[in-house]
Ligand binder design. Structure first.
Ligand code: SF4
Length: 408
């Protein structure tokens, strides 16, 4: 074990990185429109702007063509439509975007293509149209099975709409369905959470994502809590809710492969795995983020400015992955990339950090780079070494923030 600090040469590493042509790329597409704003939401999304959608789709297709020009990656393995509310787009608009991707990139025949969906927007005809367009995974924002909580969140749907949406999705041919659930919200009780989990389990879907509600500045929920109209979220109750769901999902045969994600039949979300492995993805659409060729970047947030920028006649040639709509970009140092990779990989509970892959990617042995810290975490029972992997233990999960702080 080497106790001397190791400084990696970013330039040398970057050249190796760019040579990894066979690496698979993912594409995230941000749809920044919603019919109404949920009370906890701080995403980059806008209401009463649906009239912009046709021009937005044209701008998106321009951005996709632009970013593809000097793309060094051979295939695209996953596409994810997120938002916002992607299901405000027509199926023809989904088809147009996906045909642009097929035209400008090599989309793997087995690519996972996901859209997030609002249950209110779904009908058999619409869902069948999504399948025909090539969408093969759907992520439905259920959030809660309790109508009072759904009203508090200002969601547009009720409990029965979600149940009907899942049935219709299955009938339309979706066999990879995710439900998003929220726990730890003000006024949520253990009884309503248990009912939400049991209602969700009864729908027999392939995947669950569970989100602890975080109060985001500027949201109505945050204002209500700050002004005393609503109690603060109870962290202990939220931890009990998480434990309850973890136990119930395990009993029902779901594998917890990430801190907040469970799947059946090995149907992990390949797109999110790309993030957690810190592998490259491009982000298109207002407010999207991307990480490719060692550059982490963000696209401008305002839809109208995004549309006018991407539809303008601009001959400027920018290096991949930049486009005229990118308004923030940073070339990561190799040490930054290593820190990010470790933090995100440890979220993968079974996979953790695979030591030979780490060495191959960064040209350095993790135990040489961070040997003393790793030895301490292993000795303290926060990390465990199994074969060629290092993973978080149960205790390590609880103290993961401390581990992550030390590694960056
Ligand atoms: S539907 Fe989703 S993106 Fe839109 S406001 Fe609600 S939580 Fe935010």
């Amino acid at each position: 074990m080497n106790s001397q600090p190791i400084i990696l040469d970013t330039y040398q590493y970057r050249n190796q990185s760019m040579a990894r042509e066979c690496q698979t790329l993912s594409i995230y597409i941000h749809i920044p429109f919603c019919t109404s704003k949920c009370t906890y939401c701080a995403f980059n999304t806008y209401t009463k702007m649906e009239n912009l959608i046709p021009a937005f789709v044209d701008a998106l297709n321009r951005e996709i063509a632009y970013v593809a020009r000097n793309n060094p990656y051979k295939t695209v393995g996953t596409v994810f439509f997120g938002g916002g509310t992607p299901t405000l787009l027509s199926t023809a608009q989904f088809e147009s975007i996906l045909s642009g991707i097929r035209q400008h990139f090599t989309l793997s025949p087995s690519a996972e293509i996901t859209t997030e969906a609002n249950p209110n927007d779904l009908s058999i005809e619409y869902l069948s149209g999504l399948r025909r367009a090539g969408i093969n995974r759907i992520s439905i924002g259920m959030q809660s099975a309790n109508d009072e909580e759904l009203r508090l969140f200002a969601r547009r749907h009720d409990r029965h709409t979600v149940i009907a949406a899942v049935k219709m999705a299955r009938l339309a041919g979706f066999d990879n369905i995710n439900l998003d659930l929220i726990y730890g919200a003000p006024r949520q009780t253990m009884a309503t959470w248990q009912d939400t989990v049991q209602t969700a389990l009864a729908m027999d879907v392939q995947h669950f994502s569970l989100y602890a509600l975080g109060l985001e500045a500027g949201t109505p929920m945050d204002d209500w809590v700050n002004s005393g109209q609503m109690p603060e979220p109870d962290d202990d109750l939220a931890a009990d809710m998480y434990d309850y769901a973890t136990e119930q999902l395990a009993q029902a045969g779901y594998q917890q492969y990430e801190i907040s994600n469970w799947c059946r039949d090995d149907l992990m979300c390949c797109h999110n795995l790309q993030y957690w492995r810190n592998e490259p993805y491009i982000g298109v659409g207002p407010g999207a983020h991307g990480f490719a060729a060692g550059v982490r970047y963000a696209v401008m947030r305002a839809p109208a400015k995004y549309i006018s920028t991407m539809l303008a006649d601009d001959n400027a040639t920018l290096d991949f992955p930049l486009t005229p709509a990118v308004d923030e970009a940073n070339q990561l140092s190799v040490m930054d990339e290593i820190g990010e990779t470790l933090i995100m990989s440890f979220r993968l509970l079974d996979e953790g950090v695979h030591l030979p892959s780490f060495q191959k990617r960064f040209g350095v042995d993790l135990m040489d780079l961070h040997g003393e810290k790793m030895a301490k975490f292993l000795k303290d029972g926060l990390l465990i070494r199994q074969d060629e992997r290092i993973k978080l233990t149960e205790n390590g999960r609880l103290l993961s923030n401390i581990i992550f702080r030390e590694l960056i």
